[in-house]
Design a protein around this ligand. Structure first.
Ligand code: NAP
Length: 527
């Protein structure tokens, strides 16, 4: 789980476009610690707190619950989760249900009772249900997400138990499991009983962020990264400031980055901040996808409006598109997919535009000629023959450069060179390759990427023949390769510039609006 640490501007007005609440789980050993966390929840922007009584090390029900209710700065939800439903409480059932009854009597705003215990709880209460306190009846599945039919039956059973609010949480084995939960959430709106429907795990993250769009009663947001009460909960900070939670509504369009792994991606930070800056009604998510074809088949509605695509799906995603831009087709990979108004998917490759335009700009500064590229006639050496290598090789060739491809696996270099019309080298041959001065070098392998920051694909000595060096690696921003190139007096272009360049292009395709270039640069400058 990554906390992006996005800071809201001081005094920034937040317009609330939905009623979905953010609930902070409060887990601590003592009542005093819980009270401190409650204050923190309020200042973080939560709407209510979930007091997890099962976390208390010593617990004296009447005075403790009374103190927690009276001193809470936010409305409360009391949960006393037993071990048999994934909680910490291992004591007798009667005391547990009695504590929940007490919470209701003492003025809790909500209590959570497990479906498996609801009949017994109803016996304990015997019709003396407080009208102020909302009864949440919950069911948790820590293994999987059942079929839509089974989920529908589960919701009906919970409703029939006398719940004021239905809650169920399932586990995502695949991101497509979330679709069934959205379907049930939307359907439940018709019955008028509020619903909390969560899919646990990283693959279920979408369910926690998009509940305002589909009509969920609340979502859980943590105070700190990793301090979760169920797997996959985002921080309140990320809900509010990364995903613009308060601005989401039924008509919000969904975008995201498809990858595996994907949680490290900074794309959501860029796009969501840009969406917010112009009031664009969209949200951009991390989408942890195993099978792209299955993903596109499942999320085929117009709501799912555009996608960025990263390792390892760029090639497979191309086959899912109804139409592919000719350059992306030649490259054999798409990194940007846009859904057209007719529902069809259009794929293109903006990696190539991002990197090549950043290199052109560095070569020529602001006097970029529209007719002739500064790359025309240059000797352009690409290290690597994977997705980024292909994109760079095609891009350079299209601009009239003479292209050389050097790759660890020579056969792949040869293959790409044959298709593009380039020369192939093995990586070992690169050190002695200097047919002329003033060449351009582009590293498109992951050599030099964190944590192996001391690695470099070419010696400093051999770098002397290059007047411009580009590195696709962007963590760190200045790799050893770029540092040594600078020391030799070469111009350098960083992977961050490529990242920003490809993002401009995607943003414009997603929104049909000009990309806020300065904003993108400023955001990335802090990383
Ligand atoms: P990819 O398709 O998996 O290709 C990886 C390439 O790197 C292959 O040519 C591979 O050689 C080579 N390689 C990997 N490890 C190596 C090693 N230890 N020594 C020598 N060669 C090695 O990956 P990709 O999508 O092209 O991405 C490559 C890099 O570019 C990644 O670091 C990625 O983060 C970066 N990238 C950056 C941006 C950006 O916006 N800045 C965009 C896209 C990609 P073999 O053929 O011998 O396996």
């Amino acid at each position: 789980v990554v906390d992006f640490g996005v800071k809201k501007m001081e005094g920034e007005a937040v317009m609330r476009r939905n009623q979905t609440l953010i609930c902070a789980p409060i887990m601590a050993d003592s009542v005093d610690q819980m009270l401190i966390l409650m204050q923190k929840a309020k200042s973080s922007g939560a709407d209510l707190v979930e007091v997890r009584l099962d976390n208390l090390k010593s617990f004296n029900p009447r005075p403790d619950i009374d103190t927690l209710i009276r001193q809470s700065p936010l409305p409360t939800l009391f949960t006393y989760r037993p071990t048999w439903e994934g909680g910490q409480y291992a004591g007798d059932e009667m005391s547990r249900l009695d504590a929940l009854r007490l919470a209701m009597e003492l003025g809790a705003d909500h209590i959570d009772v497990e479906l498996k215990a609801i009949d017994e709880f109803n016996n304990v209460v015997r019709g003396n249900k407080s009208t102020k306190c909302k009864l949440i009846v919950s069911s948790h599945n820590y293994d999987s997400t059942p079929s839509a039919e089974d989920l529908g039956n589960l919701v009906a059973k919970i409703q029939a138990s006398g719940a004021d609010i239905v809650k169920f949480a399932t586990t995502a084995q695949d991101i497509t499991d979330v679709a069934r939960v959205f379907q049930i959430t939307v359907h439940s709106q018709v019955s008028g009983v509020p619903i909390i429907a969560m899919v646990m795990g990283e693959k279920g993250l979408m369910s926690r962020i998009l509940c305002p769009k589909f009509g969920g009663y609340l979502t859980f947001g943590t105070l700190e990264v990793g301090k979760v009460s169920a797997p996959g909960q985002p921080t309140i900070e990320n809900l509010l400031n990364l995903y613009n939670f308060r601005q989401l509504g039924p008509d919000t369009r969904i975008f995201g980055i498809i990858g595996k792994p994907v949680s490290h991606s900074k794309s959501p930070l860029l796009y969501n901040e840009a969406f917010r800056s112009v009031g664009f009604n969209g949200v951009y998510l991390h989408l942890l996808v195993d099978d792209v074809a299955n993903f596109f088949q499942t999320y085929a509605s117009l709501d799912f409006a555009g996608f960025s695509c990263t390792i390892p799906h760029k090639e497979a995603a191309l086959d899912c598109c109804d139409e592919v831009d000719p350059t992306a087709k030649s490259i054999g990979a798409v990194n940007c997919i846009v859904r057209r108004p007719d529902g069809k998917l259009f794929g293109c490759n903006t990696d190539y535009v991002g990197a090549i335009s950043a290199i052109e700009e560095a070569l020529q500064g602001s006097q970029l000629s529209v007719s002739v590229s500064p790359l025309a006639g240059k000797l352009f050496v690409v290290i690597g023959a994977g997705g980024a290598g292909k994109a760079l090789a095609y891009g350079a060739k299209e601009k009239g450069a003479r292209v050389v491809i050097a790759n660890r696996t020579y056969e792949r270099a040869r293959e790409l060179a044959d298709v593009v019309g380039a020369q192939a080298l093995s990586l070992d041959e690169l050190s002695n390759f200097h047919p002329e001065n003033d060449m351009i070098l582009a590293n498109t392998t992951s050599i030099g990427m964190q944590p192996k920051v001391d690695d470099t694909p070419i010696s400093k000595e051999a770098l002397r023949y290059y007047s411009l060096v580009f590195d696709a690696v962007y963590t760190p921003k200045i790799t050893r390769l770029l540092r040594e190139a600078q020391e030799n007096g070469a111009k350098v272009v960083t992977g961050v510039e490529m990242f920003i360049g490809q993002a401009y292009e995607q943003y414009e395709r997603f929104t049909k609006l000009p990309a806020p270039k300065e904003l993108f640069k400023n955001i990335m400058a802090t990383y």
